[in-house]
Design a protein around this ligand. Structure first.
Ligand code: DQA
Length: 161
């Protein structure tokens, strides 16, 4: 017997935002709180997820201390994920492999940092993410997370028109 299926709003897949966190961000809360604040990465992810869900999006989060894991996550986002928000940690300043992976991703990318790297040591002034990002949210601490989600959603909605 075929069971009649009553349509539920949850049957419609919600678009997904991928939030990527690079090396050492798992130590947030403990690591240099005078620069990065006392909130943990889990708290930032929860704030980002709440904002995404309020706007009808799901949020996936991947943190890794390994460049290749982040590249694999970006490959897995191709053709599947609406937009990417990335805080690549120090990989921001030299990982051309991450840059290339993001270039091969078709959706909007938002660069995110808790601190403002351009106000810090000279080696942090170069970002290899910036050229492939629609926007960079820097120096806003934890409040940058929901802001970056808003920008990612706006950029996706515009690209979807
Ligand atoms: C950071 C800035 C990077 O320069 C640094 O290596 C980090 C954190 C930030 O969020 O401010 O790990 O991405």
């Amino acid at each position: 017997m075929i069971c009649p299926h009553v349509w539920q709003p949850s049957d419609v897949a919600r678009p997904v935002i991928l939030l990527l966190s690079g090396p050492n961000l798992n130590l947030l809360g403990d690591r240099q709180p005078e620069i990065y604040g006392s909130e943990t990465l889990l708290e930032h992810v929860a704030a980002a997820r709440e904002r995404a869900q309020q706007k009808g999006f799901d949020l996936e989060h991947v943190q890794s201390n390994h460049e290749g894991d982040l590249i694999d996550a970006i490959h897995g986002a191709r053709g599947r994920v609406s937009s990417i928000v990335i805080n690549a940690g120090a990989l921001t300043h030299y990982s051309w492999s991450l840059h290339d992976a993001l270039t091969a991703y078709e959706g909007p990318v938002v660069e995110l940092h808790l601190s403002d790297p351009k106000e810090r040591e000279p080696w942090r002034h170069l970002s290899v993410i910036e050229p492939v990002a629609v926007a960079s949210v820097v120096g806003k601490g934890g409040s940058g997370y929901p802001e970056a989600i808003d920008i990612a959603i706006d950029a996706f909605s515009k690209s979807d028109d």
